[in-house]
Ligand binder design. Structure first.
Ligand SMILES: [Zn+2]
Length: 172
């Protein structure tokens, strides 16, 4: 049986999410791949390490792709982004700007800022969204690993709810 490439790259995104959690930031990772299944870039959430609220995994991967993503956009090459979590509205916008043609993620983000399906559902930029294939939650076991990372994140001192508790107690 041929090894599932979507699974292979999602596992790589999950690995980036694990590294992010180890650096005390949101456990989200992303990988961008070209038509030949070559890895163009990897990214992970860098919000806390970089003190940059826009440093999401998908944005990080797009930035790390540098001129490769621009060349792919000009030539109309089919890039795929794999993320461990459903992209937020900001990252969804960046994905459309980058002309990425396929988006695959491990876990829908209904409670948080998951925005891809909501934005697609509004039919705003319908023509743009029509050009992007969307594959949410293809593998249950990998999805559960991402859920586990988020549960661990909820216990992290940098998690926003935990930071707020400190502020309420008069700290920071
Ligand atoms: Zn995002």
């Amino acid at each position: 049986m041929k090894y599932d490439l979507d699974r292979y790259f999602l596992e790589m995104a999950l690995k980036e999410a694990e590294i992010a959690l180890e650096s005390n930031t949101y456990p989200v990772g992303a990988v961008i791949v070209d038509e030949g299944n070559n890895i163009i870039s990897r990214g992970r959430n860098q919000v806390y390490p970089n003190k940059d609220l826009t440093a999401h995994a998908e944005i990080d991967a797009i930035r790390n792709a540098e001129d490769k993503i621009l060349h792919a956009k000009v030539r109309g090459e089919k890039l795929t982004i794999y993320s461990s979590l459903e992209p937020c509205p900001m990252c969804t916008g960046a994905i459309l700007f980058a002309h990425i043609k396929k988006v695959v993620w491990l876990l829908n983000d209904d409670l948080g800022f998951g925005g891809y399906r909501k934005m697609k559902g509004t039919l705003i930029f319908e023509d743009r969204f029509k050009k992007v294939e969307m594959i949410p939650e293809p593998f249950k076991d990998l999805m559960e690993r991402q859920i586990y990372l988020l549960e661990r994140w909820a216990e992290n001192p940098n998690h926003i709810e935990n930071l707020r508790k400190i502020v309420q107690k008069g700290g920071i």
